[in-house]
Design a protein around this ligand. Structure first.
Ligand code: SF4
Length: 306
């Protein structure tokens, strides 16, 4: 099976992180500047639910009262601005319009500004009020939709971005697969297995067991269930310790099986910063892709437009 994704990945992004000066204080930040030319490998859809709601720039800050984003959609929470004005109706209309845009474009992922009562996922305030009432209003819709969600600030770290990107590429590649036979499923799992083991060993083992115990070899419902289980594993971030451990293992596998030699790939215990680890990974990836071999830490080759 071909382990390449040629189609450009479509990503929605909080407009204030795309450089648009749409925050309440007329500020914005070009987080994609960290990706440099790699930015061109993706198709971007920036949205700002607060501006689409008709709230001006600048504007007074807003907050969720009486619950989180899920409660808001069920009528149990409201959004008020600092002057006490209830702007729930406006927010509902603007957020739904942005959400519909993301669905119309059929984005594969969304990069969110954390700490916003609208776009936030794990916190809805940037102030010292713990985490606020997460998720935010748009955040709740995105979580329900099971969107692949990336925190914008993680783009600043080369290693965190590499981790998000390899999983997003694998996620998009696998999500688009129309699996009809157990054999096809095994071929995909063979490609993704090692990455899933790195991310979450226990869940990967569960997938292994489900596949072994498959009774009906053409049950589309069961295929779908396991496919969702694998996609859920791919949403979870790894960490530097695991990344270094599996870089070493997977590099040695390439060396042994395909004779690939890359200089200065360090043992996991060797002390170095995350930028050096990211640079080592990219060199191994490059050598593996040159001879069309699968580097199991980032098993899907992302080659948009090739
Ligand atoms: S966090 Fe979301 S709603 Fe707030 S300014 Fe940025 S894009 Fe707009």
């Amino acid at each position: 099976m071909e382990n390449t994704l040629n189609e450009k990945i479509k990503i929605g992004i909080s407009a204030c992180m795309y450089g648009a000066k749409v925050r309440y204080n007329s500020k914005g930040f070009n987080i994609l500047g960290y990706l440099k030319r790699e930015k061109n490998d993706f198709l971007w859809t920036p949205i700002c639910p607060e501006v689409m709601s008709g709230l001006s720039v600048p504007r007074s800050t807003i907050r969720l009262i009486g619950g989180n984003g899920f409660d808001f959609w069920e009528g149990g929470a409201q959004v008020k601005n600092r002057l006490g004005k209830n702007v729930s109706g406006m927010l509902k209309a603007g957020t739904l319009s942005c959400f519909e845009t993301l669905k119309r474009v059929d984005v594969d992922a969304y990069i969110f500004m954390e700490g916003s009562p609208t776009c936030g996922i794990y916190r809805t305030t940037l102030k010292n009020e713990r985490f606020g009432k997460p998720p935010g209003i748009l955040g709740a819709l995105l979580l329900k939709e099971q969107m692949f969600l990336i925190p914008a600030l993680d783009l600043q770290s080369p290693l965190k971005w590499w981790d998000w990107k390899r999983r997003l590429v694998a996620f998009t590649w696998f999500k688009k697969k129309d699996l009809n036979t157990l054999c096809e499923f095994f071929e995909c799992w063979d490609i993704l297995k090692i990455l899933c083991q790195e991310i979450d060993e226990e869940s990967a083992e569960n997938v292994n067991n489900s596949l072994k115990n498959f009774s009906n070899k053409t049950d589309p419902k069961k295929f779908k269930e396991i496919q969702i289980e694998i996609l859920n594993i791919l949403r979870k971030p790894s960490d530097p310790k695991k990344i270094k451990k599996w870089l070493w293992k997977n590099y040695n596998h390439l060396k042994k099986v395909h004779g690939i030699e890359v200089s200065r790939i360090r043992h996991p215990e060797y002390l170095r910063g995350v930028t050096h680890v990211a640079e080592e990974i990219l060199r191994v990836e490059l050598e593996a892709r040159k001879i069309k071999k699968c580097f199991r830490s980032s098993p899907i080759d992302y080659a948009p437009g090739r």
